[in-house]
Ligand binder design. Structure first.
Ligand code: HEC
Ligand code: HEC
Ligand code: HEC
Ligand code: HEC
Length: 194
């Protein structure tokens, strides 16, 4: 009895495995896991001396937090590579799309329909820590801004500080009472664990 149940389980596993291989070309999206999910809360910055950062992904998406009343923050305002190259090019210095030949822009609906096709890569798969090689790129990306000669290496800290604190600074301009922490409010984001 036990033995046949075990065998049946094995057969089912093989069958579903095959279906997903044929169904959606996982080999193209090597960085993505089969069970990729949209997180509710992400713990980041575990290597920061000031402590880790608890990022409420759900509230930054469902309209609980927004810049313009009634308009939730778009996925691509953070996941900037998850749109076709022609769309990315409208926002210089951004120019990179991932996967490079993608034709869709990330939305909640697109992700629900097919997590793999939605093409979400983790920020750190490109914006690695200084000294580490990113998984999806040959090297840590660098940008130059118009009107400045500085070449900025976008490691994990630069990429996240610019995205997170950059928006919060904008928010504070229109909503001065906002709780969104700006660049120098380090310890509203970074918290030491007890
Ligand atoms: C808006 C939230 C926020 C604020 C404000 C903020 N940080 Fe960060 N910080 C982050 C996030 C998110 C990361 C990226 C962590 C990761 O890659 O997992 C990070 C990364 C870092 C890292 C790199 C950790 C590593 O991987 O080596 C350092 C150092 C750091 N922050 C210091 C600071 C200091 C100092 C300040 C204040 C001057 C500050 N942060 C303000 C959110 C914030
Ligand atoms: C305010 C910025 C922001 C917005 C808006 C945002 N995300 Fe994210 N998302 C992140 C960050 C930061 C992570 C964590 C990456 C990490 O751990 O380095 C993440 C992680 C994810 C992951 C998990 C990736 C993995 O590690 O496998 C998925 C899936 C995802 N987001 C989908 C979405 C979708 C779909 C939307 C729009 C409905 C969206 N995100 C909007 C910042 C954002
Ligand atoms: C597939 C690789 C890849 C992923 C994934 C990725 N980035 Fe980037 N990022 C880049 C590259 C490359 C650049 C340099 C500009 C370009 O080529 O588009 C860049 C530029 C940036 C910039 C600089 C924008 C400016 O105007 O100076 C920020 C900020 C940034 N990324 C934040 C993030 C955050 C936050 C995430 C995760 C939510 C993320 N990136 C995910 C590759 C990536
Ligand atoms: C496009 C705009 C935008 C981006 C990008 C963004 N935020 Fe926010 N954030 C907000 C707004 C709006 C609020 C809500 C403020 C309020 O309700 O007063 C907020 C609030 C917060 C708060 C305080 C409330 C809480 O949940 O503890 C933290 C911490 C925070 N954000 C962290 C982050 C981190 C970390 C990132 C980057 C991974 C990030 N944010 C990216 C707009 C943004």
């Amino acid at each position: 009895m036990r033995k046949s149940a075990f065998l049946l389980g094995g057969v089912l596993l093989v069958a579903t495995g095959m279906a997903s291989v044929v169904g959606d070309g996982w080999w193209r999206a090597s960085a993505q896991q089969a069970d990729q999910k949209m997180p509710d809360v992400v713990t980041m910055g575990k290597d920061a001396k000031l402590g880790q950062v608890t990022f409420n992904h759900a509230k930054h998406n469902n309209g609980a937090y927004n810049i313009t009343p009634g308009t939730p923050i778009a996925c691509i305002s953070c996941h900037h590579t998850a749109q076709p190259a022609a769309e990315v090019a409208k926002h210089p210095p951004l120019k990179t799309a991932w996967p490079a030949d993608r034709t869709t822009s990330l939305t909640a609906e697109l992700f629900v329909k097919g997590p793999r096709e939605a093409g979400v890569a983790n920020c750190r798969e490109c914006h690695a820590r200084t000294g580490e090689k990113p998984k999806l790129l040959a090297a840590i990306p660098e940008v130059k801004h118009e009107g400045s000669p500085a070449l900025i290496s976008l490691n994990n800290m630069q990429a996240l500080h610019r995205t997170c604190a950059g928006c919060h600074t904008e928010v504070k301009k229109t909503i001065p009472t906002s709780k969104a922490p700006t660049a120098n409010q380090c310890t509203i984001c970074h918290k030491k664990t007890a």
